[in-house]
Design a protein around this ligand. Structure first.
Ligand SMILES: NC(=O)c1ccc[n+]([C@@H]2O[C@H](COP(=O)([O-])OP(=O)(O)OC[C@H]3O[C@@H](n4cnc5c(N)ncnc54)[C@H](OP(=O)(O)O)[C@@H]3O)[C@@H](O)[C@H]2O)c1
Length: 257
């Protein structure tokens, strides 16, 4: 039976991925602060901000495993949408503690405790490459996450695939906050998120999970350690429009990179 580990499995994309893999016959292990609503997923409670608890939790959860086919580093926080100049460094550090340093800790555990790992996917974001006003700590941390994966690609065995993946827009608690609590006049990028929700373009967590899992083979064929936006694989026109609107390019549309 194939085995997967997913962080942040209590809600949103992580739960969608856990449910989809479990329904497809995988053995799924997950962590989060809240419980996982699916009893057939092996779950441990863990607050990954408390870095010292991560290794003992993972050891208890997966102590007998020699091989894990898929590791999805999905747990993440958005932080407050605000100008960087009005954001304290301590607030940025809180975001980095979850989105970067906890991910490093989980990667270290897999590197040292699991004999073979098939593919590691860090859930990144378009925000890692698009510098929209207000996305300060989140954008910085997701960009750092992309580099984390690139650097760990040197340290994991060649057989382990590593990808930082932007999953596209998903209807979760995170985007609910963006649609309902953020000043659209000041932070214009929120408008696109509200529009995607209103027009039905925004996927449910389950559909977003299926979209990602459909692309597993394609992701394995991308260079190890690369940042990939799911839209560049299955919706290239939408992706080109998005990047064109942001004045941003990546390896998929810029041969210079
Ligand atoms: N939604 C989107 O459109 C979108 C777009 C691009 C990227 N992403 C990324 O997708 C990932 C999932 O986000 P989502 O949209 O599904 O949001 P979500 O519903 O808020 O889910 C976040 C998950 O992360 C877990 N988590 C947060 N802080 C944690 C902590 N300290 N310790 C352990 N687990 C923690 C949460 O579990 P607990 O609260 O139970 O701990 C929850 O299961 C994130 O990395 C996000 O940056 C989302």
């Amino acid at each position: 039976m194939k085995k997967a580990f997913i962080s942040g499995i209590s809600s949103g994309l992580g739960l969608g991925l856990g449910e989809t893999l479990t329904d497809a016959g995988w053995d799924v292990y997950g962590i989060s602060r809240r419980n996982c609503p699916r009893a057939d997923i092996t779950h441990a409670t863990c607050d990954i901000r408390k870095r010292e608890t991560i290794h003992p939790t993972l050891t208890t959860l997966m102590k007998d495993l020699k091989h894990v086919d898929l590791v999805i580093l999905n747990a993440g926080v958005l932080g407050r949408i605000a100008d960087l100049s009005e954001t304290a460094v301590s607030e940025l550090q809180d975001i980095f503690n979850v989105n970067v340093w906890a991910q490093k800790s989980i990667l270290d555990w897999f590197l040292h405790h699991i004999h073979s790992v098939g593919h590691i996917i860090l859930i990144s974001s378009g925000a890692a490459v698009v510098g929209n006003r207000g996305w300060g700590g989140y954008a910085l941390s997701k960009a750092a996450g992309n580099m984390l994966i690139k650097l760990y690609a040197h340290e994991f065995p060649q057989e382990t695939g590593l990808t930082a993946l932007a999953p596209g827009l998903i209807d979760t608690q995170m985007t609910h906050y963006l649609r309902t609590d953020v000043d659209r006049n000041k932070y214009h990028a929120v408008e696109r998120i509200a529009e995607a929700h209103a027009t039905g373009v925004m996927l449910s967590p389950r559909k977003a999970a299926e979209r990602i899992l459909t692309q597993l083979t394609a992701l394995r064929e991308c260079p190890r350690g690369e940042f990939v936006d799911i839209r560049s694989l299955d919706a290239p026109h939408e992706y080109a429009k998005l990047m064109g609107a942001q004045g941003t390019t990546t390896h998929r549309d810029s041969p210079a990179r």
